[in-house]
Each structure stands twice: as structure tokens, then as C-alpha cells.
Design a binder for this molecule. Structure first.
Ligand code: ADP
Length: 496
């Protein structure tokens, strides 16, 4: 029996998943690794801890399936995006810690670029807004602040990589230095149209060409492992994609206009927009979904910072529930939020507002408001944020949303999914296998080696589980949205 091995290198843990020909999960392995917070606003990982946790998760998965590397037909990789590792090409040793996507240390530099009027051409060229989120500023910081980096750059030995690149480097025993186009599109150094490194941006961020990997497709003959690493056999790395793009693929959003929304700590909404990039007029990100056989497909993306973590807040800070799943029963005690609106802007607001100074708000409280009303309003708040992103996507793409494909931990909440269908005015559906990220990377790898022959074959493999139809009248929907917008306006710029 042959399997596809899908590696899902996330922000807090590394996972490995073995998939069989039916697209079913045969075995998984998982290992957490430490989060480093050396200063307020700084978030780092140890690159060797990322690698060892990934390696251990692979061993656990192979052991659970009672098989060895012989059983692996191909490897797919999906990863936390934007996080940067630097290393010395000669020794293979990392230059200190990885700077994680959440890290805010380059905020001042981004503000300087914005004040210098550079945001619009950077957005035009890369599809991304100026924010410390992206990799280029992190690379600049490493080059300027890590003692060995400048000298290594001079000698052409400095290597930068997002996590896909670091894992491929390790798996190939240091012989392959590549990144897939979806990951490259998150660095802020790639021209979104030509899908090549942009010289002007490299100069702006001080990144030499020799310190950047070769950009490859997301599915195909991308790299090979070294035999001494993977049990005496060279194995094809056939799929690579950033985590959200992999989830879009795993949710089978192959046609323009198809949208997936992941409800985890935050919410990530991506819409397939087809073969040309849609530059957003509504402060969404324009990004590469994947490139297969040289054909690029693009996506629009909106990130909501606080999604399921608003439910954690209800549990840990207010203490009105004991586990996240209890929120559904509590919020179901009432018909609706009775005018209470929660804006979960605990860490500012993401797309489409992008206001780091916004703060959370509970509005519309009356003497009769209860914990159940607030719980209900929290679910409304999660769904409304996603609704705002979806509306911006419809406006940017000129396409009306028909169906929203949901996944992530909080998608288990049927009430939240129903509220989402009501808010978005579209069907919300959930697949049986919620591990869409690992599935997507596995699918990309499997297509590369003929494990699956076509996207049509994949569509036939995946089973839908539940779906929710919108049930709110137009007038009520309009009124709720107006209240939500009013509350958002009042939470903006709170900290300024
Ligand atoms: P991540 O991958 O970001 O760590 P997960 O996909 O594992 O997140 O989802 C966990 C999040 O979902 C948590 O923030 C948790 O509060 C929330 N969550 C889990 N179950 C429910 C539920 N039944 N209703 C609402 N939120 C939930």
C-alpha cells in the first residue's frame, strides 16, 4: 500500500498525515514546539525545533501506520506563511531564531515606507499591503541585526527561506533551495504577475538575489529528498503551498468565485479569482493560490485576527463557559442577541479595516442583557467579520458568493455556521475531513506523481458533511448589518 505523506508545519505544532488513494487519513503524528517571546511584540521560533518537531511527527505517523519510507509515494508540504529563517549555505546552520509572521518588530519601518508614499506601488506589484506581517521586512531586520548576516551576504552564503524552503533544505540534505510560488507571493519581494523576484523590491529591503530560493510550481517535480535522510530512498517532494492556499485546494475551490473560510484562532477567508490577479480596492490581499504546470491561479484573501479566540476569551476571561464547545448551548438559550453587538477587535481589526488601534467593544447592553446574549453576540461578531471580508471580495471580484466552504475548529459549531449563512446570505458547507490544509498539500503532491490523475478525481473523493442555508429575511439582515457597522465605527481608532 502506498501513501502520500503530507507535512503541515503550523505556528504552534508540526503535523504529519498519511493519505491513502481514497483521500482518507490513515495515520497522523503531531508535536508542539516552543514559542519564544523575547520582547513585547516579538515572536520567534527555533528553526531546529521546527525541524525536529516535524521530523518526530513524521516518525509518529509512519509508526502509527506501521510502515516505513517505502510506503511513501510522494511528500507534500504546507506551512505557516511569512515566517523567515536565515542560514549559512556552507554550514547549513541557522543564523539565530526564525522571525514569526505574528512578529511586529518591523512596524516602524513599514510606517516609514508608508509615509514615503510607497504603499500603493508595493500593493500594485505584490498584491500586499505594508504590514510587519510579511517576510521582506523581517529579512531586512536579520541582515541588519544579526552579526554574521552582512558578511555572509557579501560572500553569497546567506540563505533566506520561508518554512517550506527550510523543510525542503533539510529533507534534501542541503541540496535543494526552492520555494513554491504561493509562499513566495507572501514575502513582499515577488512580482505578482511575473512570479519572479523583483529587483526594485529586493533593493528596497536589502535582500541579495543569492539569498533567495528558486521559485517553483506548487505541484510537480519540485525537489527530491536525500536518500540518507529518508530511509535510503530518494522521495519526490511533489506539492508545496502556504497553509491558507493549501486549505483552499483541500476545499476543492478550483473554480473562480469559490470561497473557503477557516475558523481557527483567527479566520482566514480566500476566494479563487482565476488566472489573473484581482488587485483589491477594499484592502484585501491579492495573492497566488497555486501554480501547476506553469499555470498560475490567483486568490483574494482577508484575514480576521480574532475568530475562535473570542470564544476562548469568553471561557478564560469571563469564565461563563468551561469549554469552547459550550458556547453553542449558551448562545442557543436566546432567540437572538437582543440588540447586543460584540466587536471582537481585541488586537485591532484586520481586513478590510486594518486598524491596529481598534479595540474590542460590547454595545447595546440593557438591564436585561445576559451572558447568553453576549455569547450569541460573540458568534455574531465572528460571522460579521467574515461577512465583511466576503462583501469586500464580492465587490473586488464582481462575483456573488454562492457557497462558503468552512473548516477549522470553530466550524464544529452549528449555530455559528447557521449565523454565518444568514450573515453572508449564502450556503455554508463543511467537509467530512476538516484537515483541509494537510489534505490540500497532499493533493498537490499526489497529482504530481499520478497518485490521483486529475482535479475531477479529487472532487469525487471528498465528501461533504453538513450544510446550512441562509434563513434571514432581507430587512432583518440589513438592520443587523447596520448595527454591526455602527459598532465597528465606534471601536476604530480607540487607542489613538
Ligand atoms: P488553530 O488552528 O488556529 O489553533 P483550531 O482550528 O484548532 O485553531 O480551532 C480552535 C479555535 O476554535 C479556538 O479558538 C476555540 O476557541 C475555537 N472553538 C473550538 N470549538 C468551538 C466551538 N464549538 N464553538 C466556537 N468556537 C470553538
Amino acid at each position: 500500500m502506498k501513501y502520500i505523506l503530507s507535512l503541515d508545519q503550523g505556528t504552534t505544532s508540526s503535523r504529519a498525515v498519511l493519505l491513502d488513494e481514497k483521500g482518507q487519513i490513515v495515520a497522523t503524528g503531531q508535536e508542539e514546539f516552543p514559542q519564544l517571546f523575547p520582547k513585547p511584540g516579538w515572536v520567534e521560533h527555533d528553526p531546529e525545533a521546527i525541524w525536529s518537531s516535524q521530523w518526530n511527527s513524521i516518525e509518529k505517523a509512519l509508526e502509527a501506520a506501521d510502515c516505513g519510507w517505502d510506503a511513501v509515494a510522494a511528500i507534500g508540504i504546507t506551512n505557516q506563511r511569512e515566517t523567515v529563517v536565515a542560514w549559512d549555505a556552507d554550514s547549513g546552520e541557522a543564523l539565530g531564531t526564525a522571525i514569526v509572521w505574528q512578529d511586529r518588530r518591523t512596524a516602524d519601518f513599514c510606517a516609514t515606507l508608508r509615509d514615503a508614499g510607497k504603499e500603493s506601488w508595493i500593493q500594485e506589484r505584490t498584491g500586499l499591503l505594508l504590514d510587519p506581517y510579511f517576510s521582506a521586512g523581517k529579512m531586512k531586520w536579520i541582515r541588519e541585526n544579526r552579526p554574521e548576516a552582512a558578511a555572509l551576504a557579501e560572500e553569497g552564503r546567506l540563505r533566506f527561506g520561508t518554512i517550506d524552503t527550510w523543510l525542503v533544505w533539510k529533507l534534501s540534505g542541503g541540496s535543494c533551495y526552492v520555494t513554491d510560488v504561493s509562499n513566495a507571493s507572501r514575502t513582499q519581494l515577488m512580482d505578482l504577475r511575473s512570479c519572479s523576484w523583483d529587483a526594485e523590491l529586493r533593493e528596497l529591503f536589502g535582500v541579495p538575489e543569492s539569498a533567495l530560493p528558486r521559485i517553483v510550481d506548487s505541484s510537480g517535480e519540485l525537489a527530491m529528498t536525500a536518500a540518507e535522510v529518508t530511509g535510503g530512498r530518494e522521495i519526490r517532494i511533489g506539492g508545496i503551498a502556504g497553509d491558507q492556499q493549501a486549505a483552499l485546494f483541500g476545499q476543492l475551490c478550483f473554480q473562480p468565485g469559490m470561497v473557503k473560510s477557516t475558523y481557527g484562532t483567527g479566520c482566514f477567508v480566500l476566494m479563487n479569482v482565476g488566472r489573473g490577479p484581482a488587485v483589491s480596492r477594499n484592502r484585501l490581499l491579492s495573492t497566488v493560490a497555486w501554480r501547476i504546470a506553469g499555470q498560475v491561479e490567483y486568490a483574494l484573501e482577508g484575514s480576521v485576527f480574532v475568530g475562535g479566540s473570542a470564544v476562548q476569551w469568553l471561557r478564560d476571561q469571563l469564565g461563563v463557559i468551561k469549554s469552547a464547545s459550550e458556547v453553542e448551548a449558551l448562545a442557543s438559550q436566546v432567540e437572538d442577541a437582543d440588540g447586543v453587538v460584540v466587536v471582537p477587535a481585541f488586537t485591532g481589526l484586520g481586513a478590510p479595516y486594518w486598524d491596529p488601534h481598534a479595540r474590542g467593544a460590547i454595545m447595546g447592553l440593557t438591564r436585561g442583557s445576559s451572558a447568553a446574549h453576549i455569547a450569541r453576540a460573540i458568534l455574531d461578531g465572528i460571522a460579521n467579520q467574515v461577512g465583511d471580508v466576503v462583501e469586500a471580495m464580492e465587490s473586488d471580484s464582481g462575483r456573488e458568493l454562492k457557497e462558503l466552504r468552512a473548516d477549522g475548529g470553530a466550524s464544529a459549531n452549528a449555530l455559528l455556521m447557521q449565523i454565518q449563512a444568514d450573515v453572508a446570505g449564502a450556503e455554508v458547507s463543511c467537509p467530512k475531513i476538516l484537515e483541509t490544509t494537510a489534505l490540500g498539500a497532499g493533493f498537490l503532491a499526489g497529482l504530481a506523481v499520478g497518485f490521483w490523475k486529475s482535479r475531477e478525481e479529487l472532487v469525487a473523493l471528498v465528501e461533504a458533511d453538513r450544510s446550512y442555508q441562509p434563513a434571514l429575511g432581507d430587512e432583518e439582515r440589513r438592520q443587523r448589518l447596520a448595527k454591526w457597522r455602527k459598532a465597528v465605527r465606534r471601536s476604530l481608532a480607540w487607542e489613538e
